[in-house]
Write a protein that binds this ligand. Structure first.
Ligand code: NAD
Ligand code: ZN
Length: 348
């Protein structure tokens, strides 16, 4: 095989920034390990937290560690007991590594494993020429799916998992926050037969992203009254479903206020701290049902993502706004931080 070192983007020290450097190829494999040659990887909001070295990262990341978790690649070697993939397979990967032993794992809920390890958070990540992962996280990807789309199947899966907690056919769906995941959720809701997909978003670049992904109406809640506008579009009822994808408290409260009684809330957004709101008025007495979403279902969500992409039911091209060589990763983080990007993809 090639040289014994590889290029990687590493959090070297407990401080802001990341460094491109040569590190050893992780060739030693346990019986269930797989070595994957990374072809494309994409930058997630989590990587931006790690780049900025905020409080969240300081609590979890132990430098030196390779960053990154969203990727696609090709299997180059396998441990002695690996049976689900073989050398040469194209793969994508779940980024949540389940223990396969806890109550949740053993009862068909691996996505909420009690002992979850996360790639690029608890162990070396994928911003490198090679990554070693346990076979349980790998999902064979149809080679007809372009590498750029394969590399964002993980966040696409977040959009699918969040959107499909309830039947969207004929429903008025409100999405708060059209970052890359919210924008992809627009397309999932449309393809699922939503009556209207209404988006609340404050940044111009992201409004445009939502429009390109098929949003029927985009409302800027700093310029218009979201609740009034949603009611005006729904015979004064309010939306049937809220997909919360902003992680912003105000957006969440406005979203709840814009729902009809008996509506369904699917909560993906991660808030910076504790929330304080009128839960009696906005939730309980409206008889709402709320789902907390973490990650993707293994591997139901991946199967849906594969079929939607393979059969071209959803076009992710508007979401892929930047494709950069790994060496230019700083440029990618810069546009992410400024909110003037969809997904930023790195080539290794
Ligand atoms: P992002 O930060 O790129 O997108 C959030 C969007 O919300 C931005 O476009 C922002 O302009 C918009 N927004 C902010 N305040 C708003 C307001 N008051 N009203 C309307 N829109 C507002 O994030 P993303 O990568 O698309 O991820 C979406 C959310 O999901 C984030 O909160 C992220 O942390 C979270 N997330 C959760 C999981 C999980 O497993 N639960 C996984 C991945 C991401
Ligand atoms: Zn488990």
């Amino acid at each position: 095989m090639e040289s014994e070192t590889m290029i990687a983007i590493v959090k070297e020290r407990p401080a802001p920034g990341l460094t491109l450097k040569r590190v050893p190829v992780p060739r030693e494999l346990g019986p269930h390990d797989v070595l994957v040659k990374v072809k494309r990887a994409s930058i997630c909001g989590t990587d931006v937290h790690i780049y900025n070295w905020d409080a969240w990262s300081q609590e979890r990341i132990r430098p030196p560690q390779i960053d990154g978790h969203e990727f696609t690649g090709e299997v180059v070697s396998i441990g002695g007991d690996v049976s689900t993939v073989k050398v040469g397979d194209s793969v994508v990967s779940e980024t949540h590594i389940p223990c396969q032993k806890c109550l949740q794992c053993r009862t068909g809920k691996m996505h909420i494993c009690k002992n979850m390890q996360i790639l690029g958070v608890h162990r070396d990540g994928v911003f490198a020429e090679y990554v070693r992962v346990p076979e349980v996280v790998l999902w064979k990807v149809d080679p007809s799916i372009p590498l750029e789309y394969a590399s964002i199947m993980e966040p696409f899966g977040n959009a699918i998992h969040t959107a499909l907690v309830t039947d969207l056919t004929g429903k008025n769906v409100l999405i708060t926050g059209a970052g890359p995941i919210g924008a992809m959720a627009v397309a999932v809701a449309k393809v699922s037969g939503a009556a209207q997909v209404i988006v609340s978003e404050i940044k111009e670049f992201r409004k445009e992203l939502a429009r390109k992904m098929g949003a029927d109406v985009i409302i800027d809640p700093t310029k218009e009254d979201l609740t009034k506008k949603v009611k005006a579009m729904t015979e004064d009822n309010g939306a049937d479903v809220l997909l919360e994808m902003s992680g912003n408290t105000t957006a969440f409260k406005q979203g709840l206020d814009s729902l009809t009684n008996g509506a369904v809330v699917s909560l993906l957004g991660v808030f910076p701290g504790e929330l304080s709101f009128d839960i009696n008025g906005l939730f309980t007495f409206k008889g709402l049902t709320m789902y907390g979403i973490t990650g993707r279902k293994m591997f139901e969500t991946w199967q849906v993502a594969t079929q939607l992409l393979k059969n071209k039911r959803i076009d992710l091209s508007p979401v892929v706004t930047h494709i950069l060589p790994a060496e230019k990763f700083e440029e990618g983080f810069d546009v992410m931080i400024r909110g003037i990007s969809g997904k930023v993809i790195l080539e290794f």
